[in-house]
Design a protein around this ligand. Structure first.
Ligand code: PM9
Length: 482
């Protein structure tokens, strides 16, 4: 027998499994009923009806024994918990900001910063919108302006830093509306809605310089900043020899503060924070947090949750862990590419994004192709994914029209340290099965639309096979003007 030698040596997860949670399989009939009852919205499925849950990497991480041990050291004092001081010390150590305001999760921090800095009529430029971030900016009276590079809107562009800000678009906006109308520039690391695409250090440095010239603050969405730092190490000249921890600190050094959902990079199930350098702004944030979240030394969290976040910071910069984390996403994405299934390239940090616009090109965007594709994958195998297209984009706050993003995607999101390579194989094979039957997939009609962040709770019905589409088959909508 002749053995084929592997082209390269494999990596393996730098951990072994100590506790297991059984998974449940369901029959096609059960899934048919479950998805119908969920209004074809994977957010409305019961997790009991899900086999492999790739809805999100948010709060779905597996904690380490070190983190679980820390949970037992929770100091549940109402005020001055020692876990808070440990979290504050580690935030300073790994992110480098001066002040910490804990929040129950990322949107708690987004709420506070938006209320404190945005006035009615302001513009907040950013490298592509994120759902909760934009919602808080609009609630505070601002409007979000997309200043990401054009390549980010093109799923096939191989730009290594598709999260970059287009400096010309930013400069044009400053000239148009004036710096006084721009409370801050909102820069996200590994841009979620673009497909988990990183921003380069060079670009962030340039954003900082431009912002400084106009006296505008830069606020980082640091939710997946560690994964961004890892991409910088891999792809940006001059960073191969630096540690991810050093790169992360440098990234943050070009910004005045950060909102953070700890539920991603920090390897926990709940938590977040707002970090700031400006003492006056921190005082105001510290005052506001007591109204909406809790005292400034717990911000809606138990002491044990703060301990788990603090310990997660120590683990997140471990480069063996990051290689396996990003490697697992790449493993799944590469399989799909081998089968010529259209996905966003380069493969992102936290998820593989299926290009639903291309896969279901017979379904016009107003019949929610990505929503339909996510439902089909669930029906095939019980794998749960998420729509990231026209439903997520919501409506224009001023006109009420639906935003029509050029990216119509299904996000296949990988929780950290949870699933194995075999789960990735099963997932890839399910996506392939749906892909092969794609012509039979039908569009959806929205039957219930909530007012805010509609993707979470909207309901849909399948459009009957006999009914004619509102748009001729294959007709595409104009994409959102950039
Ligand atoms: N992200 C995600 O699944 C969970 C909610 S939306 C489905 O990707 C960024 C870049 C995020 C994010 C949450 C938040 C909000 C802010 N910025 O969910 O409030 O990806 O902790 O964070 C989700 P929280």
């Amino acid at each position: 027998m002749v053995y084929a030698k592997p082209e390269r040596r494999s990596w393996a997860e730098p951990f072994k499994i100590k506790v297991v949670e059984p998974l449940k399989t369901t029959s096609p009939q059960q899934r048919q009923q479950a998805i119908r009852e969920a209004g074809y919205n994977t957010f409305l499925l019961r997790s009991d009806d899900v086999y492999i849950d790739l809805l999100t990497d948010s709060g779905t991480n597996a904690m380490s024994d070190y983190q679980w041990a820390g949970m037992m050291l929770g100091d549940e004092a109402y005020a001055g918990s020692k876990n808070f001081y440990y979290l504050e010390a580690n935030m300073r150590r790994f992110y480098g900001y001066r002040y910490l305001v804990p929040t129950h999760q990322g949107r708690g921090a987004e709420h506070i910063i938006s209320q404190l800095l945005i006035k009615s009529g302001d513009c907040v430029p950013g490298n592509m919108y994120f759902t909760t971030t934009r919602e808080h900016q609009e609630r505070a009276g601002g409007s979000f302006v997309d200043v990401i590079i054009d390549e980010a809107h093109d799923p096939e562009s191989l730009h290594p830093f598709k999260g970059n800000v287009d400096l010309q678009k930013l400069a044009d906006l400053i000239n148009k509306v004036g710096a006084k109308k721009i409370p801050y520039i909102c820069v996200a690391a590994t841009v979620n809605m673009a497909g988990g695409q990183p921003i380069s250090m060079e670009n962030l440095r340039a954003v900082r310089k431009l912002a400084e010239q106009h006296g505008i603050r830069v606020i980082l969405d640091a939710t997946r900043a560690v994964e961004n730092a890892y991409f910088i190490k891999l792809r940006e000249q001059g960073y191969a020899g630096k540690s991810v921890a050093e790169i992360l600190k440098e990234l943050c050094s070009y910004t005045d503060g950060a909102t953070m959902s700890g539920k991603k990079d920090l390897l926990v199930n709940i938590g977040g924070f707002l970090a700031l350098n400006d003492e006056k702004l921190y005082d105001e944030a510290r005052n506001m947090v007591v109204v909406f979240e809790g005292l400034h030394t717990y911000g809606g969290l138990a002491g044990r949750d703060m301990e788990a976040m603090a310990r997660g910071m120590e683990e997140m910069v471990n480069e063996d862990y990051l290689r396996a984390r990003i490697g697992q996403v790449e493993y799944l994405g590469s399989k799909l590419l081998d089968w010529e299934i259209p996905i966003v390239e380069p493969i992102g940090g936290h998820a593989v994004f299926l290009n639903a616009k291309k896969i279901l090109e017979h379904i016009p965007q107003e019949q929610y192709p990505a929503q339909a594709l996510a439902a089909e994958i669930y029906l095939d195998s019980g794998v749960r994914t998420m729509e990231r297209g026209i439903v997520s984009a919501g409506r224009d706050a001023a006109t009420g029209d639906q935003h029509r993003p050029s990216l119509e995607l299904v996000r296949v999101t990988i929780p950290r340290r949870v699933y194995t390579q075999a789960h990735m194989d099963v997932t890839a094979e399910s996506i392939l099965a749906v892909y092969e039957n794609r012509k039979k997939v039908r569009g959806l009609k929205m039957t219930y639309e909530p007012k805010y962040l509609r993707f979470f709770q909207a309901r849909f019905e399948k459009i009957p096979a006999s009914s004619r589409p509102e748009h001729p088959a294959g007709a595409r909508l104009e994409t959102e003007p950039r």
